[in-house]
Design a protein around this ligand. Structure first.
Ligand SMILES: [Zn+2]
Length: 326
């Protein structure tokens, strides 16, 4: 008998009731049931996928000491398609309300990535590496079995729990993802570090990038800077632990934040939604008292970035906004 494919990060939370044979069947399902038609990937895009994947794996080994190779999605699972293609539209309709701004999507349960094809190669690169980060940090899945039929639901990706539901006052159940906005802040922060690894090829000392969720990314940067200041720890070590926890599902690493700012901070980070991250004003208004951050410093960084000035993050990475040609 052929031994099952090793997919270390797929955790079957339904646990005891599922036999090995059923698990194997599910793995087969996950790996073979494609959400999208198999579209042939162009040579140019295939080269980009391999380059980003290799850079990612090298970064994981060197900086975090983690081998992420088992999680790397196969290049046939990366779809770079025109935004008006039927399948791209199907994905954006799954992502309610965000379709205008969305430039890519990670179908986490199928380990599949969809990127809207455009002439701007830089934007494709940034989005692809961001979606890779989601796939690399996808860890667990809930399996529901009923009458020999299986349903799959993703649970933990990075620090987020996307399948949490809560009961409203009127008794209805509604989706209430936990740490989803915080997870996007982390994802894009890691995206910056991984892409910064490639910047040497342009011969620039700064990273030219259109940072996703930048008001949230700049907030997280100040939070990490403050933890280093308060605990007299090396800023790089704090990042390394938070990043490792993100990929390995060790929620305990978040104690670095809780210990300095208290439970209220965790409460804020649990509730902030990805779309909130784009509104620097109202997000900072809620965060200011909790994290005791310098508002002038924050807003001047946000403004400098928006206007195209080079800004320096707390890890020393210099960023200059990339303005895509329209
Ligand atoms: Zn994302």
């Amino acid at each position: 008998m052929k031994s099952p494919e090793k997919v270390e990060h797929v955790v079957f939370n339904a646990g005891a009731k599922i036999t090995q044979k059923q698990k194997d069947g599910l793995l087969h399902f996950v790996r073979n049931n494609r959400f999208l038609d198999e579209a042939e990937i162009s040579k140019e895009n295939l080269t980009l996928v391999s380059k980003l994947k290799n850079n990612y794996l090298a970064w994981g080994k060197k900086i975090l000491g983690i081998d992420l190779s088992e999680r790397a999605p196969d290049s046939t699972r990366v779809h770079i398609q025109p935004k008006d293609s039927a399948k791209a539209l199907e994905i954006s309709s799954r992502h309610r309300g965000a379709d205008e701004t969305l430039s890519g999507y990670a179908v986490r349960e199928a380990e599949e990535i969809v990127i809207w094809e455009k002439t701007d190669r830089q934007s494709i690169k940034e989005t692809l590496n961001h979606e890779f980060t989601h796939i690399f940090s996808h860890k667990s899945m809930i399996v529901k079995e009923q009458d020999k039929k299986f349903g799959l639901k993703i649970q933990n990706t990075g620090y987020s729990n996307l399948n949490n539901t809560r009961t409203t006052e009127s008794g209805e159940k509604e989706e209430s993802p936990i740490l989803a906005g915080f997870d996007e802040m982390m994802t894009e922060t890691i995206n910056i570090e991984v892409l910064n690894n490639l910047k040497k090829e342009n011969g620039q000392d700064y990273l030219e990038m259109s940072v996703g969720y930048y008001p949230g990314v700049l907030l997280l940067d100040m939070i990490i800077e403050k933890i280093a200041e308060k605990t007299k720890q090396n800023e790089k070590d704090i990042r390394k632990n938070l990043y490792r926890g993100y990929f390995q599902g060790k929620m305990g690493e978040l104690r670095a934040i809780k210990n300095v700012f208290g439970l209220e901070a965790m409460n804020f980070l649990s509730r902030v939604k990805p779309l909130n991250l784009m509104d620097a004003g109202s997000m900072f208004a809620s965060a200011e008292d909790i994290f005791k951050l310098d508002s002038q410093k924050y807003f001047s960084k946000v403004l400098d970035y928006e206007e195209g000035a080079t800004i320096t993050l707390s890890n020393g990475i210099k960023i200059k906004k990339y303005f895509p040609e329209i």
